[in-house]
Write a protein that binds this ligand. Structure first.
Ligand code: FES
Length: 198
């Protein structure tokens, strides 16, 4: 169970105007402020990369709910990161269809290529590797998800090509604004086509 560091802070001084504005917009389309919890977490994470205790406390204050209540939401939703992660978080499906269709080989290739294990981040801060339950693409297994993008019918070579493409898309810059996921997806898809055609 995660211990939340509770500090007294004013969310107006901690969250940016843009974050507050985006969260308040979500609140207007929900029935209650509490219902906007998951979207508020996603908004702050999209700007900061992960949800620190201070971020969680500030969001809870803004939504007028308890930090413990919001922590419950964050814990339930596995795409909310409560620890710092790399710029690209790899969620590789380890459920049955993927297991039966080459998951182990793909996982081994990714671990070897990046030099990390599950739960770890590469030294350059680019990649974090996490397991995930079924990603909903069982007929296209094995599958992994990075950002909004699903990558299907993976092979070891294809997975490494995707990671290389993502590395190159950053031009060696692992910090700063998060990439536009659609743009990255299109870039990487193009690189995969190149690999297939070789
Ligand atoms: S089992 Fe992997 S996507 Fe469903």
């Amino acid at each position: 169970m995660q211990i939340i560091k509770t500090v007294t802070l004013d969310y107006r001084q901690y969250l940016t105007e843009k974050e507050i504005s985006e969260i308040e917009h979500e609140v207007t389309i929900m029935e209650t402020r509490e219902s906007a919890g998951i979207e508020a977490l996603k908004i702050v994470q999209s700007h900061r990369g992960w949800i620190s205790d201070d971020s969680l406390n500030a969001i809870a204050q803004l939504l007028a709910i308890s930090s413990a209540q919001l922590e419950g939401v964050a814990t339930f939703y596995n795409l909310i990161y409560r620890q710092p992660v790399g710029r690209f978080v790899i969620h590789i499906c380890d459920s049955i269809s993927c297991h039966l269709n080459g998951y182990q080989k793909v996982l081994h290739a990714i671990k070897t290529h990046l030099g990390i294990d599950y739960g770890q981040t590469t030294e350059d801060g680019l990649f974090t590797l996490l397991s995930n339950v079924c990603l909903g693409g069982c007929d296209k297994a094995p599958v992994m998800m990075i950002g909004q993008q699903h990558y299907e019918y993976l092979t070891s070579e294809k997975a490494v090509a995707i990671l290389n493409g993502l590395s190159q898309s950053t031009d060696g810059n692992s910090s700063g604004d998060f990439l536009d996921k659609a743009e990255v997806g299109a870039t990487i898809d193009a690189k995969i086509v190149e690999v297939k055609n070789d």
